[in-house]
Design a protein around this ligand. Structure first.
Ligand code: SF4
Length: 412
């Protein structure tokens, strides 16, 4: 019987809406709770902002943000994830992926306030990596990541216990993608595993198999939360997709037979990115029929079929570098978040760039960060008030750092 969080005492949308004490990681994390046999509801934590923000137009907000930044000076650093909208990115002191931005904040230790324009797990990662005197802020607490929320610590622990009953757990290395809660990063740190990014997943898996190959006849990786990154990386390393099985946390023993678990090389958590799973093989075929000379580049959070039909696959940083390396006149279809695709198209007028998905596919949670919430955060800082601070508890932080340090030692 799997334990579950009790949401009964929460008041949705109020300041008292904090998950119960003792939950590892940052308590200000939205949480999907089962409300009925039919589905889940996401607990929302962000209160509506007051009228002075809601009624301000974009120009007024821009003026107020600019004024606040002038007053706050070098005490604040604003981080803008690649998938963020342009009206927010224009204020960012640095743009990049979640790990790169967290490192940037840690290197800028004079900045007491780190405003992370991304999603919750990114702000947690920044809090893990920055100094004790730096405070990390997420402008809108409802900016979670649906993929990160698909792997809950208690479900992962239950899975780990099941694996311990069925197979030699010493031969299993847990790996979590950067896009996961601090609690999961700590879990893998405690259990001999590591974190990976979409840039270094291959090195992380190779390291993991190397660790356990002499311990177990059938060494395994338990990879979460994104089954697609795990599967794509396993295939790149030569593992057969037939030896990778999806662990569904809603089912007993993940919905797998004992034999399947024993024989598996990679157990993939049943998680996905709602943005990247939209890309499909018919979209690639359609693009190729319209632009036979065009190239298709996709992110490894896309399905294996999409990756196999694309010309190139890689992280957001890879995609940016790949675009920059193309000669004038090149036609490209890109399978990643639409704000990054549009920015690449605007910044590279000598190329013809379009989204692989003809229907716009923004990351809806990332999109919650807007100038209104950024303005609110900065004006509060001006008044010496820190709102929406993301804090990871010390024990979780310590073990998450172990997992991140293993990643750096393995992949640098
Ligand atoms: S793009 Fe996907 S993985 Fe990235 S934050 Fe949005 S939902 Fe999460």
């Amino acid at each position: 019987m799997k334990p579950s969080w009790n949401a009964a005492s929460r008041k949705i949308g109020s300041v008292t809406d904090n998950p119960e004490e003792g939950r590892p990681g940052c308590p200000l994390r939205s949480k999907a709770v089962p409300l009925s046999p039919r589905g889940f509801e996401l607990i929302r934590l962000q209160r509506p902002l007051d009228e002075s923000y809601q009624s301000a137009d974009q120009q007024q907000l821009a003026t107020r943000i600019g004024n606040s930044l002038e007053v706050l000076g070098s005490s604040v650093v604003i981080l803008g994830h690649h998938y963020q909208r342009d009206e927010v990115i224009r204020w960012a002191h640095a743009t990049g992926d979640s790990f790169g931005l967290s490192r940037f904040a840690a290197e800028n230790s004079l900045a007491r306030f780190v405003v992370f324009c991304g999603v919750h797990f990114m702000a947690e990662s920044a809090d893990i990596l920055t100094g004790d005197d730096q405070k990390v802020i997420l402008p809108d607490l409802n900016a979670g990541c649906s993929m990160a929320d698909m792997a809950d610590l208690q479900d992962v622990q239950a899975c780990w216990e099941d694996l311990d009953q069925i197979t030699d757990i010493r031969g299993v290395i847990p790996i979590t993608y950067m896009n996961s809660s601090a609690a999961l990063k700590a879990f893998v740190g405690r259990n001999g595993g590591l974190v990976c990014t979409s840039s270094n997943a291959r090195a992380a898996l190779s390291w993991a198999f190397g660790q356990v190959k002499t311990i177990s006849e059938r060494p395994k990786v338990l990879f979460f939360p994104d089954q697609h990154l795990g599967r794509n990386t396993g295939v790149q390393l030569g593992y057969n997709p037939k030896d990778m099985h999806v662990w569904d946390p809603k089912l007993d023993t993940g919905g797998l037979e004992e034999r399947q678990i024993k024989d598996a090389s990679i157990l993939l958590w049943k998680g996905h990115c709602s943005v990247h799973q939209r890309f499909s093989v018919p979209q690639i075929q359609d693009y190729r029929s319209r632009h036979p000379e065009g190239k298709v580049v996709v992110h490894p959070e896309c399905s294996l079929e999409v990756v196999e039909h694309a010309d190139e696959v890689g992280s957001t940083d890879f995609i940016i570098r790949y675009v920059a390396s193309q000669p004038a006149g090149t036609k490209l279809a890109i399978g990643t978040e639409i704000h990054l695709v549009n920015r690449l198209a605007n910044n590279n007028p000598h190329l013809t760039i379009e989204s692989l998905d003809p229907l716009v596919c923004p990351c809806s949670t990332m999109f919650r960060i807007d100038p209104m919430h950024l303005c609110w955060v900065l004006e509060n800082l001006q008044q010496e008030r820190v709102v929406n601070q993301i804090t990871v508890d010390p024990e979780t932080k310590q073990w998450a750092r172990v997992a991140l340090e293993r990643m750096l030692a393995t992949t640098n």
